[in-house]
Ligand binder design. Structure first.
Ligand SMILES: [Zn+2]
Ligand SMILES: [Zn+2]
Ligand SMILES: [Zn+2]
Length: 240
């Protein structure tokens, strides 16, 4: 956390206006460069194109707003040719990404607004959840539920993920599907169970999340399956 704060402070200090999305795109570019250098890039062509587009977009904005204004006319004219080549390359990439995303929205992703996530590989809102994970329709990446749940839960990285009341897998995360201000749901990346935040409460025994029991008047304490069984066994043992 301290690291994160320091990073933000530095960016503010320099007045570079680097957004979280830009920083993420740059970080990914660094990873791609290392991967290319050391063991070859394994992402699909679609993923590389989409990521390159995001980074180029950032770099062009950065050059336009931060660096070009500092150059004199002669210097600016000398890089004009390179700049326009990069701009037209970016337009080609953007056209490819837009066309592909539009096609997906009309087909594979049609009506899937409540089951689409952002992709950590290509950056597009194109992975749709499936049992035990998600499949990205833009770049073809499959991600498992165990990998997705920690990335989407509301807590700090490293916090253990909630167990699902339905299937007991530790893959119950709380987040909103789709870009923008969607409704938050508790979603299990293993069995696809969904709960609204109001449906779940903490078990009176162990504190895990569990569906409310009985009336919502606060008189009945909710106990999860494990704790209920534990109490029943204790009661049986005390009767003997
Ligand atoms: Zn993807
Ligand atoms: Zn589950
Ligand atoms: Zn419990």
């Amino acid at each position: 956390m301290r690291n994160g704060r320091r990073r933000r402070a530095t960016q503010e200090h320099l007045g570079l206006g680097i957004t979280k999305k830009d920083a993420e795109a740059l970080k990914n570019l660094g990873k791609d460069r290392n991967a290319l250098q050391h063991y070859g890039l394994t992402h699909s062509a679609e993923a590389v194109e989409s990521r390159a587009g995001m980074v180029l977009d950032f770099l062009l904005r950065f050059l336009d707003t931060q660096l070009l204004p500092l150059l004199d006319t002669e210097e600016r004219e000398s890089i004009e040719g390179d700049m326009s080549r990069v701009r037209s390359g970016l337009n080609t990439i953007d056209a490819f990404v837009n066309e592909r995303m539009n096609r997906l929205r009309g087909n594979e992703l049609k009506g899937a607004t409540d089951s689409v996530l952002p992709c950590s590989v290509c950056g597009q809102w194109a992975p749709a959840v499936i049992p035990n994970g998600a499949h990205c329709h833009f770049c073809g990446t499959d991600v498992s539920g165990e990998e997705l749940a920690p990335a989407f839960q509301e807590f700090e990285p490293g916090h253990p993920v909630n167990e699902c009341p339905e299937c007991c897998a530790p893959t119950l995360a709380c987040f909103a599907f789709m870009d923008g201000a969607g409704e938050e749901v508790y979603y299990c990346f293993t069995c696809q169970a969904r709960y609204s935040p109001q449906e779940l409460t903490n078990c009176g025994g162990c504190g895990c999340l569990w569906p409310h029991e009985g009336d919502d008047d606060g008189t009945t304490q909710t106990l999860c399956g494990d704790c209920r069984r534990g109490i029943e066994e204790e009661e049986r043992a005390s009767r003997w």
